[in-house]
Ligand binder design. Sequence first.
Ligand code: 1GP
Length: 238
Amino acid sequence: MTLYQNIYVRQENGSQLLAILIDPEKFEMEHAFAKAYLEKIPPQTTHLLVGGSTDCQNRTHDVVLLLKKHTTLPILLFPGNHHQISSAADGILFLSLLSGRNAEYLIGQQIKAAPVLAQTSLEVIPTGYILIDGESHTAVARVSNTLPMSQKNIPEIVHTALAGQFLGKQCIYLEAGSGARTPVSSAIVNAVRQAIDIPVIVGGGIRSRLQMEAAFEAGATMVVIGTAFEEDCWNALS
Ligand code: 1GP
């Protein structure tokens, strides 16, 4: 079974998938750090995501290799640009920024990544990426030079997700941006869930178990959490 089939089947079974996002720029390249980090993630974690809006020192591959030594969880790349590809990972969320109107992040980066991906055995998961206003200036908005969609404009967000499904995306990622003050609302997650059949990934600004559970209850297939673990505030807030 492919990684995607596994995600889809688990969605159909009503399982809740939890991905922990590791930003290569903030990860220390030491076995002890990796081991301690992986020990503190919740036992229900199903996937690791590796990536960020930037990876100035090109650490993605080394971080994936290090993680692989300490975990059997599947590692999905979550790249901010075409340089963040590691053949050591298991798959890649092949993101296309559907909420913005910057062709570079809609198709430009993907064209640059394509010949590199063709040389690997990474499973490519076409993913429609929708940036939604989380009431903070996010790296995604800055790097992609696009505006997030307003949380109030639920119909437009739903239509964007639906267009993504019709374009053949296998997942829709509703993103409030890393460190967002406000996560994507339950109303948005629920409306998107009702409109499409493919898995819905929700991330950005989720800092407590309550917020995670709210996203699942609204219909998220997978919740992604990064900052709360980097800052070690998860236990404090849960
Ligand atoms: C960001 O959705 C992810 O791309 C995770 O966001 O760092 O706020 O958890 P946080």
